[in-house]
Design a protein around this ligand. Sequence first.
Ligand SMILES: C[S@@+](CC[C@H](N)C(=O)[O-])C[C@H]1O[C@@H](n2cnc3c(N)ncnc32)[C@H](O)[C@@H]1O
Length: 275
Amino acid sequence: MADLVDKLPAWEIQRRSASYRYVAAEEDTAWNTIESRKANGRNMYYDLYQWKMGQSPDNVRRFCSPDIKKDEREELIEWIRDVDDSGSCQSLQILFSFSVPFPVALDFIVGLEDPIVSMGAGCGYWEYLLKKRGVDIVCYDQNSQYAPDMRYIEIKDGGPEVLSEYSERTLMISWPDSEESSTFSTDCLKHYKGSSIIHIGELFGETMSSNPWGQSTSQNFQLQLGEEYRCINRVQLPNWPGHMDALTLWRRVESPVDCDGAMFQHVDVPPKRYY
Ligand SMILES: C[S@@+](CC[C@H](N)C(=O)[O-])C[C@H]1O[C@@H](n2cnc3c(N)ncnc32)[C@H](O)[C@@H]1O
């Protein structure tokens, strides 16, 4: 057994121990209060994700396949989305965050050692975990969706226009656009003058939505992001059924330079790019 544990990656050891811890959580619904969910900085949501997916119906990740019969699809969608069930995927997303904070992703952000401004923080779960891990982070939202007693951390009232004051900080945005017509994410690009953006969510071609630009940011945002920044790091995230979300780090490109007839734009690329 010790040999086996030695060969397992740290996250797999954590995953296996978590499934035992949450036998107890299932009994007393340990995530019912904000204080219990805070868990003094322990990543309870990741544990709950593993517990939840460990008992998922067989076809849950295929819920939108044309091969699935109507009755079964309805059951699968209810398992995912039933907001009357405090342990449904959607209820957990509302209580915590859209994307699950994979420990490797948190470690990655901590390792950047960048001060961060989070815009559209929602109830600030990722932000709370990061702050507990020593990250200097300020959060904003024009928050009409999440009541004050659902928030894990101080969320200041403000929108994209405040970003012009935070060019020294890395901008973090997670699932900002609730629909393709939203201008929230493009407004963030307009006002942010800094060099780095952490994007959490889906991107072009990585989605099960019929919109190939995904469910997190608009086409306009992603086209502008790709023009002005380059993706220099990526951490895959655990995905809820129907999501294909990841964490990516984008760095602003410098001015174009003619290099013997070929135009290049320099961007600082770290030695290790994928986690
Ligand atoms: C889909 S939620 C995502 C929340 C959180 N980032 C997450 O990943 O769980 C989008 C958030 O963006 C916020 N938002 C939308 N438009 C905004 C704006 N113009 N200024 C500030 N926040 C905004 C909403 O209030 C909401 O909290």
